[in-house]
Design a protein around this ligand. Structure first.
Ligand code: IYR
Length: 231
């Protein structure tokens, strides 16, 4: 058998040997079951405690999110982390102004009815209370050295996957969050002084839940309603 090289060249670029850690089928079944059951305990939480969170945890969850696959590995994301009290309050006021308009005039009756079981409304105290607010920005394009703009690829897909990993990392760190999408979100560009290549995508409060806290009695769809198998 020929010796396995630790790297090869592809189009002149170095590709390194991938150290795949193989596990057996039983372990695979067990791990996937354990992960599914643990993910099933994740819930969107709307009432937060002001208990502080170590900054290192925030660094770690962001670096996990940034492991997401992205178009041509451009990693087209910027995570803005807000713990400043005044800035959080400014964001809350602007978000609530949009939400008041959304709940009163932009939502259809059907949409309002669909939200009734969740008990959401236009008041967003969690933006003040949670110790950290993460605003996920997508980077639509980059500037190269001579200032030419280059669009990034599959930006919506990339940012969606990174946000999913971020939510999973938050759950893994024993913290809670909620996907808040005040719309339109351009007030965040202004308040956070972001450059023109960035667009706000999602706002995630991060922290501990209020104690006690209650969540809607949601049921998740069974496998047969979410998957089709072609064998
Ligand atoms: N963005 C609003 C409204 C809202 C919309 C949906 I669809 C939800 O699942 C939950 C809320 C808000 O954050 O309240």
């Amino acid at each position: 058998m020929s010796e396995v090289k630790d790297h090869i060249l592809v189009n002149g670029y170095k590709h390194v040997l991938y150290a795949h850690k193989k596990i057996n089928a039983e372990e695979s079944i067990q791990n996937s079951k354990d992960f599914q059951q643990w993910m099933d305990t994740r819930r969107s939480i709307r009432e937060f405690s002001n208990q502080s969170v170590p900054k290192e945890v925030i660094h770690n969850i962001l670096m996990s999110a940034s492991t997401a696959p992205s178009g041509a590995h451009k990693q087209p994301w910027t995570f803005c982390v807000i713990s400043n009290t005044e800035l959080k309050h400014k964001i809350r006021e602007a978000a609530e102004a949009e939400e008041r308009e959304t709940y009163a005039n932009r939502m259809s009756d059907r949409w309002r009815k669909d939200l009734e079981p969740l008990g959401t409304n236009d008041v967003k105290p969690f933006i003040d209370i949670a110790p950290y607010i993460i605003v996920v920005f997508k980077r639509v394009y980059e500037h190269d050295q001579d200032d030419t703009k280059h669009n990034n690829y599959y930006v919506n897909e990339s940012i969606g996957i990174a946000s999913g990993i971020l939510i999973t990392a938050i759950h893994n760190a024993g913290l809670v969050t909620l996907t808040h999408t005040p719309s339109p979100m351009n007030f965040l560009t202004k308040i956070l002084d972001r450059p023109s290549n960035e667009r706000a995508y999602l706002l995630l409060p991060v922290g501990y839940p209020e104690n006690p806290v209650y969540v809607p009695d949601l049921k998740r769809k069974p496998l047969e309603d979410i998957a089709v198998f072609y064998e």
